[in-house]
Write a protein of this length. Structure first.
Length: 476
């Protein structure tokens, strides 16, 4: 049975307060393949009321009860993982291999990591005569994006459940179907009524009233910096906690002693994954000025070898970007790069050769980019790399930090000590040395306008907890 035109509230599938539909467009074909109902403040009110009603009982459950439930969720999720992967590929265009290997797989990975954290988490400890107690923050409003939808849902939902919180989720209206499957999974696994609630909708209709709702104790938001500011403003009236993971313009410093072919080629491959639609993508590559032309040639070759095409076809490296507005924004920024004088070494305007429909962007590389160019300042969120030459290591670090963002950074060097020394100087929440991959136990989040929270592992667990001091707990 399809739940496209229903919301999951209080342990039941319910009709929206007022019917308003939204078409889902397959970005690879530009054709409608489904539609959903969009919610309103009335639906948010019902969902928050259900979450508040469920909180007293759920917050008092034991560690063992929560572990058992998370284990059941993992079992149901594993059975439906391939279905989730296929839905994600249709919703936002990720190649099916990526949807299976990373997009859907990250859901299971976060569930597993959350269980490991919960098994040993110290909810209470004694400090002198005082007892330090960690308690669930309460009802959590969650707003998640379209680029890594299951990853962002599960790195919020799993630790919130483990911490004893109840929640209301608003997934992106561009990728709502995988979230509906999550609701079905949680229902089948036996999540108590009202602990998890889902209301589909857009920002003005659901995101704003959820953020401002006096019955919500915390907002956990992942998305653009612009939207994050709106969430924070709406939440300010009720002085609720706001945890944000926002945009990025991550620097990738290739040091003079790095293996240039490996560093540049591997970095381009990493950037192009998910069509460049990752907030932590290393979109600004800094290379020694004397090696700029060589690096540009390596990067251009890697980009030209990246095949954009049908997400379900063999040999596709990247799919389309998520929608028409995103496609047009990327095209405008590519055009801006050309007009401002950057060297276009690969890709450019329009669709890739042989593609006549869909929101496909040509894998693009710009060289001779200066730090004041638009493509070096604005988050493009597409398969576009800017290469900036530097004269000294100090200049590279200065330019890398010269941004309003601070989510991730990358450093490539033939010496790990050299890479570590540069990493210490970057004002960013994550730094990847020599193409190191993600670590689910490590904190994920940023400095400056890239956000103020941390997700993943034990660090993400803390975001959903309040800390209480019980003084005089121990006898004198």
């Amino acid at each position: 049975m399809s739940h496209n035109h229903e919301f999951y509230i209080g342990g039941r599938w319910v009709k929206p307060a007022a019917e308003r539909s939204w078409d889902l467009i397959n970005p690879a074909t530009e054709e409608k393949f489904a539609d959903i109902a969009l919610g309103s403040s009335a639906d948010v009110d019902k969902a928050v009321a259900a979450a508040r009603a469920a909180f007293p009982a759920w917050s008092q459950t034991t560690r063992e009860e929560r572990l058992a439930l998370l284990g059941k969720i993992m079992g149901v999720f594993a059975r439906r993982k391939d279905e989730i992967a296929e839905v994600i590929s249709r919703e936002m265009g990720a190649p099916i291999w990526l949807s299976k290997a990373a997009q859907a797989a990250m859901g299971l990975a976060h569930l597993n990591e959350t269980m490991e954290v919960l098994k040993n988490f110290e909810f209470e400890r004694t400090q002198g005569r005082t007892r330090i107690v960690y308690e669930p923050v309460g009802v959590v409003g969650m707003i998640t994006p379209w680029n890594w939808p299951i990853n962002q849902i599960m790195c919020k939902v799993a630790p919130a459940l483990a911490a004893g919180c109840t929640m209301v989720l608003k997934p992106s209206e561009y990728t709502p179907l995988n979230a509906l499957i999550v609701a079905e999974i949680l229902d089948e696994a036996g999540v108590p009524a009202g602990v998890f609630n889902l209301v589909n909708g857009d920002g003005p209709g659901v995101g704003a009233p959820l953020s401002a709702h006096p019955g919500v104790d915390m907002m956990s938001f992942t998305g653009s910096t612009r939207a994050g500011i709106l969430v924070a403003k709406a939440a300010a009236e009720t002085v609720k906690r706001v945890s944000q993971e926002l945009g990025g313009k991550s620097a990738n410093i290739i040091l003079d002693d790095a293996d240039l072919v490996k560093a540049v080629g591997g970095s381009v491959q990493g950037l192009m994954i998910n069509s460049g639609q990752s907030c932590n993508a290393g979109t600004r590559m800094f290379v020694p000025a004397a090696k700029h032309d060589e690096a540009l040639a390596i990067a251009a070759a890697a980009a030209n070898a990246t095949k954009a095409g049908d997400p379900f076809a063999e040999g596709t490296n990247i799919g389309p970007v998520v929608n028409k507005s995103q496609y047009e924004k990327i095209q405008a920024l590519i055009e801006k790069g050309i007009k401002e004088g950057a060297t276009l070494a690969a890709g450019g305007l329009g669709r890739p050769e042989g593609v006549n429909k869909g929101y496909f962007v040509r894998p693009t590389v710009f060289g001779n980019v200066t730090n004041d160019m638009t493509i070096a300042r604005e988050e493009i969120f597409g398969p576009v790399l800017s290469i900036l030459p530097y004269k000294s290591e100090a200049e590279a670090i200065e330019m890398a930090n010269d941004t309003v963002y601070g989510l991730s950074g990358y450093v490539q060097s033939g010496s790990i000590d050299h890479a570590r020394a540069v990493a210490k100087q970057l004002r960013t929440g994550n730094v990847h040395l020599n193409l190191a991959g993600p670590d689910l136990k490590a904190p994920f989040g940023g400095y400056k306008q890239s956000g103020n929270g941390r997700e993943w592992g034990e660090f993400g667990f803390h975001d959903f907890l309040e800390v209480k001091a019980v003084l005089g707990y121990e006898a004198a």
